[in-house]
Design a protein around this ligand. Structure first.
Ligand code: S3P
Length: 438
């Protein structure tokens, strides 16, 4: 991203209104990827029209998948190629800023026998860890090379015959798990993934709906077993709103005085709702309305009202994967909870689009926040009063949006540099903010 859009946000107002957040990013990626390897047509509605999923669409087109031009708010149909029908691309596959694109494609392409692929990304993505995917795929017979001993992109893949394996992943990452499961579709026999804690399960749900032989074992659903051999069949996919985007409004309504926001049509998959547990601990005032299920995913609307005496919270252990993308906005929330909040076991945040522990601590301190950075988390004292500041997203979409919400609590006008980073997951964020400000 070479542009620098500075946004000015005035503190002191309240937020009111009804909003519908854009489609779920994780499910949008998967709808394209799984639709591409299915037989027949997959109809997709509610797709997130933003940079990350569009990077996935672009890569899949280069692999020969028939994906029409995607237009905002318009359903579309893709035609799958079957499990091993990709062509060798003439160009490098550019994954942009998107870890999900790169890691899931690595799993998908490792077993495309006889073809060669090169994947790259932007400056941030090419510094993120890829060994966590290339290592397990190599155990399955994948031929994957990359900078720094296969651990950094650009990555090259020579499609090879894969064999099913039992793989224990060292990190609870849905991207790693999904890469292994997608490789398992093209491997001989059975592939089994054991996670240290349950991560989001959109891949498992969607593969099952498309007809894959996939089973979840173990009490906590940490062992996922996939057997190759079943053909996948195209489906109709209706993508719910992204709870990770809704999170900005859920927290904003809770901490900005006199606010109330209703967020419609939010995905409530239990592997994603850790933020609701934290909001319970904080004593937030929210209701879930209109609960239903679409395309195998639970959804509902969330009505959130301001509370003046929020309590501090602690985030640690197995809940982390269920709120991994909400840590930046929860850090903002902690600044307005009376007492000391703690975020632990969150080392993963250091290898996201930016080092989110460092970036959030650095940027929020500019408003006057009282935050101590630890190796694996943050300690936040909620006693500070925010003053206006000039802050910087450091190119991270979730940081940009978290700083916008923090600015609402600061006295005076604050400036957010590189605010356009929000385009990666929530292109209409700034318009929605304008609509909600009173
Ligand atoms: C994602 C998984 C998470 C999350 C990311 C999207 C996915 O990453 O942070 O925004 O779609 O699978 P990890 O799986 O690396 O934790």
């Amino acid at each position: 991203m070479n542009t620098n859009h500075i946004r000015t946000v005035k503190g002191g107002g309240s937020l009111q209104g009804i909003i519908k957040v854009p489609g779920d990013k994780s499910i949008s990626h998967r709808s394209l990827i799984i639709g591409s390897i299915a037989e027949g047509e997959t109809n997709i509605e509610g797709f997130l029209y933003s940079e990350d999923p569009l990077s996935t669409a672009d890569c899949l087109r280069k692999l020969g998948v028939n994906i029409p031009e995607i237009k905002k708010n318009q359903p579309f149909t893709i035609k799958g190629l079957g499990i091993d029908g990709f062509k060798e691309p003439e160009e490098i596959l550019d994954c942009g800023n998107s870890g999900t694109t790169m890691r899931l494609l690595m799993g998908l392409l490792a077993g495309q026998k006889g073809s060669n692929f090169i994947l790259t990304g932007d400056k941030s993505l090419n510094e993120r860890p890829m060994g966590r995917v290339s290592k397990p795929l190599s155990l399955m017979g994948g031929k994957i090379h990359g900078r720094k001993n296969g651990s950094k992109a650009p990555i090259s893949i020579t499609g090879n015959r894969l064999k099913g394996c039992v793989i224990g992943t060292p990190v609870a990452s849905a991207q790693v798990k999904s890469a292994i499961l997608l490789a398992g579709l093209n491997a001989s026999g059975t592939t089994s993934v054991i996670e240290p804690a349950s991560s989001r399960d959109h891949t498992e749900r969607m593969l099952k709906a498309f007809g894959a032989d996939i089973n979840i074992r173990g009490e906590l659903g940490r062992n996922i077993v996939i057997k190759s051999g079943n053909n996948l069949t195209g489906q109709n996919i209706l993508i719910p709103g992204d709870i990770s985007s809704a999170a900005f409004w859920m927290i904003a309504a809770s901490i900005v005085p006199e606010s109330e926001i209703v967020i419609k049509n939010v995905g409530l998959n239990p592997t994603r709702t850790g933020i609701l547990n934290v909001m319970d601990e904080m004593g937030c005032n929210y209701k879930i309305l209109d609960k239903s299920t679409i395309a195998g995913e639970p959804i509902g609307s969330i009505d959130v009202k301001y509370v003046s005496n929020l309590k501090p919270f602690k985030v640690e252990g197995d809940i982390l994967p269920k709120l991994i993308d909400e840590i930046p906005i929860l850090t903002v929330a902690a600044c307005f909870c009376g007492g000391v909040s703690e975020i632990k076991d969150a080392k993963e945040l250091r290898v996201k689009e930016t080092d989110r522990l460092k970036v959030m601590a650095t940027q929020l301190k500019k408003f006057g926040a009282n935050i101590i950075e630890k190796e694996d988390g943050l300690i936040i004292n909620g006693d500070s009063k925010f003053h206006s500041a000039e802050v910087d997203s450091e190119t991270d979409h979730r940081v940009s949006m978290s700083l916008a919400i923090a600015s609402l609590l600061a006295k005076g006008s604050s400036k957010i540099a590189r605010a356009e980073a929000s385009r990666v997951s929530y292109p209409t964020f700034w318009d929605d903010l304008d609509k909600l400000i009173n």
